[in-house]
Design a protein around this ligand. Sequence first.
Ligand code: PHE
Length: 455
Amino acid sequence: MNKDKLSSRDVFSSKFGVIAAAAGSAVGLGNIWKFPYITGVYGGAAFLFVYLGFIALIGLPVMLSELSIGRKSRRNVFGAFKYLAPNSPWKLVGMLGVAAAVMILAFYGVVAGWSIDYIVKAATGSFAAKSPNEMESMFVNFIEGPVSPILYQLLFMVMTMAIVIIGVKDGIEKYAKFLMPLLVVIIIVLCIRSVTLDGASEGLRFLFNPDFSKLTGDGILSALGHAFFSLSLGMGTLVTYGSYIDDKNNIAVTALQVTIADTVIAILAGIAIFPAVFAFGIEPSSGPGLVFMTLPNVFQQMPGGFFFAILFFLLLTVAALTSSISILEVVVAYFREELNLKRNFSTILATVMISFIGVFCSLSMGILKEYTMFGLNFFDLLDWISANILLPLGGLFISLFVGWYLGRKKIEEEFVKGARIVNWLVMVFIFLVKFIAPGAIAIVFLHGLGLFNFG
Ligand code: PHE
């Protein structure tokens, strides 16, 4: 990258801008759609607690590592590794991130398309007077499509592309600043309605009363994978955001705020959903449809539910957009930097490619559902490989890079820029990125993939 390009990079003017952008990327379908559904699949509270442990011990240090790499290099993930570790294979970490981004956005677009369809369903009164069973068949009939879920998926992908091309990302983030708090308000309203349903307490027990004997190696690996997925880590998204952060900002505080916001929203989503799951007799391990099959029942049983439902799916779609743009940008950056393609062309090419793969994800819910690998359909396969393998692998390399390659002096320098951070905190961070994060990722990997049994 040449000098002009570097000097014309702008930095976020306000602290809130950085947090809004990073939180916009982190908070999305991961919190509201994926977290409840995989918590249901892996048995509830025990999964939640392992997930929280991973967030604190691995997610937070990896997030700080990504922000540090970005701010130090003032480049996106490809440029960053080339600049900080010239002529070394470290830039392959960026490639891993591109592979993850392509896979994630392919199925992410499908689920976001479901959310758009549910705006329409809510607005046309489709939830009215339906029993929980009918809600379930309505969902299943819809995702089996084949045509309409694909059209909504493509619509979402075009919206994502348009935002990246027109460059109104900052504008979107301005709206997101008040739309996301509004989403949180609606989720809290849903929580209140949900926990006051008959039979709600069983749902709360499911979510908060752990039975660790239910945990499997695959469940632990999925908790790790979801910590990365939900915080947008392991593929360089936050390297790019870090590159725009002013030297005067305290990145440790930013990382902490984003992590807390993301985690609180996921837990709130869990509280909104599980009591209702039990109250309406829905199977907690229903899979990717859990949220779509459950929440319409709750809306139906609350005052103003008609409007809340429209608003909820609308805001969920916006939350998905502020995440999907950050995923698309990883691929676009790759096309531009490594293949020297023009920005707009890169964006269109990436969108077309990812949408095409996404179509097969959508079809794997219906006409292609018989085609499986390791017992997973195409949709689940992309989700599993990207979240449970590629992102943690990316996180492993990123923590090794910061902890072992950059070394203590450089981290300390970057870390204390813009903040007066006490010495022991720096030491804790270094200890976490050097030993705990890579060690834990390696162990969970080997155990989860059945390559090694840690008992
Ligand atoms: N964190 C986003 C979500 O929870 C998804 C995402 C993953 C975004 C990886 C960027 C990178 O919805």
